[in-house]
Design a protein around this ligand. Structure first.
Ligand code: GLY
Ligand code: MN
Ligand code: MN
Length: 441
């Protein structure tokens, strides 16, 4: 396949972003969009800095994620301006000089100290929408984060440009490569920590570069939804492995989960049933679909699997109705993804505010919007054996709905989650994760 022309894709991306910024500034009645990249933060009473997390409003414009003290200024009709801090510093690695396909699109000023930005920023903040956190303030630019501007930009950020899809494709390639290494480490009997190291090595990313903390869970640990312990010794008996881990590329995230059984048997069959359901749900990522309906479809699908595997005694519809399915699948089906692993504006009613409610009884769903071309969402159904939630079922008088013998047989395996990143298009769903997974060894 021909390599994409990043230069052309980036120009289109910038044109789309500029048009959105024009509209957002008009909504708010501002002349300039001013975006600080952010500043380094330090631990309390200490000189140790936290890993730098760039302002997403900054990295939306350019593939630069390590730029504390830098600023972006956009004025409609003008070339965007980058004020780039490259300090004289022999203690630390300084940000690399701007280079690559994107630099010609900016007027770039290099500064050596943060304070030098003042002379290059607009002289008054009165007509500026300044998007950032309070620590980034430099006189006269104090972040004001006007709601009409932020709402507009965040709402439209859900619709990815072709350039952004390309960035996410690369983040997926890195993640898939690392997932394959992690599975090999699991099959070879590595500890959670060993698997995690194999993952980072293959992704070529350190913990601070990854879009979120790796979830590397063996056996019962898979029942902890965000398990981040990393046992340094392998368990005596290895039964199952759940890994939820992604990668970052130029500020964009991938978010991928796979579950494996050590041996053939009922748990492997349960994984296969969940895998079939997950693929069906991915295929339903089509324009006009209400994501809430997909989430409810997932509940029914999981309840059917629970019945098929003799985990419950009641009909699937009853299991959903009474909340039994929620004890086994207690999180949302997924979320938007892009510059942030959990992308913003998941509940936005429109680009000028309002909220689309979650279905009653489903408090953890993160996305309630209608799908439309350009949106990228995760599809991540799960089925877990979580002691606390199973106990709650008993407390609510729903114990008789459950076949406890089967549940007890599955408890030592923890649970299953399978997660892909899927693009909504004008036509069929484009599963970024599986397309790359199936094309790579
Ligand atoms: N990795 C967190 C999530 O899947 O949402
Ligand atoms: Mn996810
Ligand atoms: Mn995930």
């Amino acid at each position: 396949m021909m390599a994409p022309d990043l230069n052309a894709l980036y120009r289109e991306h910038l044109a789309a972003l500029s048009a959105r910024a024009d509209a957002a500034l008009e909504r708010g009645g501002f002349d300039h969009l001013v975006v600080p990249a952010g500043v380094l933060k330090y631990q309390l009473f200490d000189d140790r800095d936290y890993p730098f997390a760039v302002n997403p409003q900054f990295k939306a414009w350019l593939p630069v994620t390590q730029a504390p003290g830098s600023w972006l200024v956009y004025t409609p009709g003008q070339k965007p301006r980058l004020i780039f801090l490259q300090p004289h510093d022999y203690w630390h690695v300084v940000p690399a000089a701007p280079s690559g396909y994107w630099v010609d699109a900016f007027d770039i000023d290099i500064i050596r100290t943060p304070a030098e930005a003042t002379a290059l920023l607009p002289t008054s903040s009165a007509r500026c929408a300044v998007l950032g956190d309070a620590d980034s303030a430099i006189w006269p630019m104090v972040p004001n984060n006007p709601a009409p501007v932020v709402q507009y930009l965040e709402y439209h950020r859900a619709y990815k440009t072709a350039y952004e899809i390309e960035m996410m494709r690369e983040a997926t390639r890195m993640g898939v490569r690392a997932h394959r290494a992690a599975e090999r480490a699991f099959r070879a009997g590595a500890s959670e920590f060993g698997i995690h190291l194999a993952y980072c090595q293959a992704a070529r990313q350190d913990v601070v570069d990854l879009p979120y903390r790796n979830i590397v869970a063996l056996n019962e640990h898979a029942a902890v939804l965000h398990y981040t312990g990393l046992d340094t010794l392998p368990p005596k008996t290895l039964r199952s492995f759940l890994i939820d881990a992604g990668a970052s590329y130029n500020g964009y995230a991938s978010d991928i989960t796979r579950t494996y059984a050590k041996e053939d048997g009922p748990f492997e069959s349960l994984i296969q049933a969940m895998d079939r359901l997950q693929r069906e749900l991915c295929n339903k990522v089509t324009a006009g679909t209400d994501y809430r309906a997909l989430h409810l479809d997932a509940h029914l699908g999981i309840a059917r699997i629970l019945r098929e595997f003799d985990l419950i005694h009641v009909d699937p519809e009853v299991a959903v109705e009474t909340g039994v399915s929620s004890a086994f699948f207690p999180h949302g089906l997924g979320h938007g993804i892009g510059l942030q692993v959990h992308d913003v504006a998941g509940f936005a009613e429109s680009d000028s505010g309002g909220t689309r409610a979650k279905p009653e009884g489903h408090p953890y769903l993160r996305l309630t919007r209608d799908l439309a071309p350009g949106m990228v969402v995760t599809i991540e159904p799960g089925l877990y054996f979580i002691d606390m939630l199973l106990e709650e079922l008993k407390d609510r008088g729903l114990g008789p709905s459950v076949n406890w013998d089967t549940v007890n047989a599955f408890r030592p395996y923890g649970g299953i989650r399978i997660e892909d990143d899927v693009v909504c298009t004008e036509g069929a769903a484009l599963n970024l994760t599986r397309t790359i997974w199936e094309a790579s060894p």
